[in-house]
Ligand binder design. Structure first.
Ligand code: TZP
Ligand code: MG
Length: 220
């Protein structure tokens, strides 16, 4: 089955292994970045708009939904549950300072996928208890894409946390995030991560299609 098949919630492979995180630069809008990622081949897109209110995010989310639909891609909205609902997004991603998962779940219902950010074992266990469908764990290394970065985990940090996941017999998919390039993917998969989220490595690539292909190969 394809990642994101609503019938398969909770099953291995339900959450895609490559998540694209939108961003805006001096020359590129969120929608431009999403278009680039879709053309490169990404089918799991997170719209992550910072420092805007819901009324400003809504039209961007609506456009992103149309675009994702036209490529058969899944759209996840960062932080705005009402926007996620209004545009019938596939999912909602909650950062460490956003609304708790249970509160969001009450708003968006059981069907919508909810992901949550984690930086520590404490965050991971809370996310699992709260019923997050996947966890975005990071940052892997320094990145300019996110302000107010949590402490950097590095491969050793992931290795230790993934061992704890195994010891606790937790199976929630964990996605690595933060400064990840295609060269990192093999190592991250080896320590047990389900997949990776990236922004800059695709947006800044001279050949996004080639970069996507390399990442896909490493994720197999
Ligand atoms: N959370 C931790 S790092 C990060 C987010 C949203 C940014 C990921 O973008 P990049 O460009 O792949 O570092
Ligand atoms: Mg947030």
């Amino acid at each position: 089955f394809q990642p994101g098949d609503p019938e398969k919630k909770g099953e291995a492979g339900f959450v895609d292994k490559l998540h694209f995180i939108s961003n805006e630069t001096g020359t590129m809008s969120h929608i431009d970045s999403i278009q680039l990622a879709l053309e490169a081949g990404c089918r799991w897109i997170q719209l992550r708009v910072k420092n805007r209110i819901a009324e400003e995010v809504l039209p961007v989310a609506s456009k992103a939904k149309q675009l994702c639909d036209s490529y058969g891609a899944r759209l996840i909205i960062n932080d705005f549950p009402h926007v996620a609902q209004a545009v019938e997004a596939y999912g909602l991603h909650l950062g460490l300072t956003d609304m708790p998962v249970p509160e969001a779940r009450a708003l968006v219902g059981e069907k919508m996928i909810i992901g949550g950010t984690a930086n520590s074992w404490e965050d991971i266990t809370r996310r699992i208890e709260e019923g997050a469908d996947y966890i975005g764990l990071g940052p892997f290394r320094f990145t300019n894409t996110k302000q107010n970065l949590s402490p950097i985990l590095g491969i050793d940090g992931y290795c230790a946390l993934m061992r704890q996941m195994q010891e606790a017999s937790h199976s929630t998919p964990i996605i690595a995030i933060g400064g990840i390039t295609s060269d990192d993917v093999n190592g991250l998969r080896k320590v047990g991560l389900h997949g990776v989220a990236m922004s800059g490595a695709l947006i800044g690539s001279a050949d996004p299609q080639k970069t996507f292909y390399q990442i896909q190969q490493a994720l197999c």
